[in-house]
Design a protein around this ligand. Structure first.
Ligand code: UD1
Ligand code: CA
Length: 449
């Protein structure tokens, strides 16, 4: 197999999107359109990935975390022009796969098979076509019998050419040298005044070289996003692909249509995902959990038999047999042990919680280290912020914190101690003791008018 280079076209504005954001930065689930094509290029082992940028260059470049080569197209003079300015990065003796940054539904296996078949053929150019009921807007594949002659863009097509329903998908594989030579011979004498990449086809045929057009049957994969309507259709396709895959691997998704799970999420067997739930990022969920309804889970590691309901959880770890919610908020950097309860209206942030500890209602726990077997009474607050710095609250094993207590950090509550309800703790509570700090109640008799 020859060296594979992949060029991703992402220089255009995408005027039909009617957006201030460059087209390729619109998202499907938690990834940009461009992310999907870049992971295609990565997954099929491209030796290098060349991304053509132009419109809002910095924004597009900064959105990419993979190591790629950027080719800067100052003016968008057409898809052929986009390749001309990429030529300096293209090696003569390589397979050059070209895909558009606005086709997020392409499958790795389709591209891999395509590149392999090009490599094993004696074609100088191979491209993928599809047949559409409504080919409006696409470049038409013009044939004479079985032989391909050229591609005509919609805006340049004659009446009888417009009736042709076999169209160019915009997925090509070229021999590097042939591509670079052919680009020198195309012009912009056409309806849009652009250099069309598909015009290289005719040039290559004229040189007596072979061109192959592979008709593909799965049209859906090649859907190019040009409008926000197409963006929502592609989101639905991606959503059901991912949900179906997870269900076939053993997860139970009660309402796939109201459940949005992104590509890298893993879910164990017999875990139930309830309606209106969003699970994004690098989240992994174990077996026998119940997640949702109405929950948002981001970059979480969740072990087995964890129940999360009506809650938001981000960038944290939850061990086995925990209960979270309803209406809990787990913010980044929390590590939660086994058998823990994080109940209603409890917010925790940057905290470690030991096994069997319970915060059942209405608490804020931030920058805290909690041991095991602790009871956090309703309304307990770690006062972690003095207006300038954040401070740590440490609570050791077997502590009972009474309701409505303020724990003014930095502070430590040592093991086996009690904090009386309504106490404001400002200094260390020593082990085995009771801390109580509130004014004594007095009753004023006969006070009522
Ligand atoms: C293109 C093809 C058409 C094909 C269709 C499939 C051409 C001339 N036409 O049309 O035959 O049926 O794709 O979807 O190629 N881009 C640049 N620089 C430019 C112009 C475009 O980077 O100067 C990028 C765009 O950002 C986009 C991609 O190339 O990601 C395709 O451009 P677009 O304008 O959408 O081409 P189509 O009109 O859809
Ligand atoms: Ca397009």
């Amino acid at each position: 197999m020859k060296n594979l280079q992949t060029v991703i076209l992402a220089g255009g504005k995408g005027s039909r999107m009617k957006s201030n954001l460059p087209k390729v930065l619109h998202t499907i689930l938690d990834k940009t359109l461009l992310d999907y094509t870049i992971s295609n290029a990565k997954n099929i082992n491209s030796e290098n990935i060349i991304v053509v940028v132009g419109h809002e260059k910095e924004l597009v470049e900064n959105s990419i975390s993979t190591n790629v080569t950027f080719a800067y197209q100052k003016e968008q003079l057409g898809t052929g022009h986009a390749l001309m300015i990429s030529s300096e990065y293209i090696d003569d003796d390589s397979n050059v796969l070209i895909i558009c940054g606005d086709t997020p539904l392409l499958e790795d296996s389709t591209l891999l098979d395509f590149v392999e078949s090009h490599n094993n053929s004696n074609n100088a150019l191979t491209l993928i076509s599809i047949k559409l009921d409504n080919p409006t807007g696409y470049g038409r594949v013009i044939r004479n019998g079985n032989n391909v002659l050229k591609i005509v863009e919609h805006k340049d097509a004659e009446h009888d050419e417009l009736l042709i329903n076999e169209v160019n998908t915009g997925v090509y594989c070229f021999n590097g040298k042939v591509l670079k030579d052919a680009l020198k011979e195309i012009n912009n004498n056409n309806a849009q005044g652009e250099y069309y990449l598909p015009d290289t086809l005719e040039v290559i045929l004229k040189k007596g070289l072979n061109v192959g057009v592979v008709l593909h049957s799965n049209n859906e994969e090649f859907l190019g996003i040009n409008t926000k309507v197409q963006l929502s259709s592609a989101t639905s396709v991606m959503q059901s692909r991912i949900n179906n895959d997870l269900m076939l691997k053993g997860a139970i998704i009660e309402s796939p249509i109201s459940t949005f799970i992104s590509k890298d999420v893993t879910i164990g067997i017999d875990t139930i995902i309830k309606p209106n739930t969003i699970i994004y990022g690098t989240t992994s969920i174990g077996n026998d959990c119940v997640i949702g309804p109405n929950s948002t889970i981001n970059n979480m590691e969740i072990k087995n038999n964890v129940h999360i309901t009506n809650s938001v959880c981000n960038d944290s770890f939850i061990n086995n047999n925990c209960n979270v919610g309803p209406f809990a908020y787990i913010r980044p950097k929390c590590t939660i042990g086994e058998n823990v309860k994080i109940g209603d209206f409890v917010e925790i942030k940057n905290s470690t919680i030991g096994n069997n500890t319970k915060a059942s209602h209405l608490s804020y726990i931030g920058d805290a280290k909690l041991g095991s077997n602790i009871n956090i009474g309703c309304g307990t607050i770690t006062v972690n912020y003095d207006g300038v710095n954040k401070h740590v609250t440490t609570i050791e094993d077997n502590v009972f914190v009474g309701c409505n207590s303020n724990l003014i950090a930095p502070v430590t509550i040592e093991k086996n101690s009690f904090v009386g309800a309504g106490t404001t703790v400002t200094k260390t509570v020593t082990s085995n003791s009771l801390a109580i700090g509130r004014s004594r109640q007095k009753n004023i008799s006969n006070w009522i008018r």
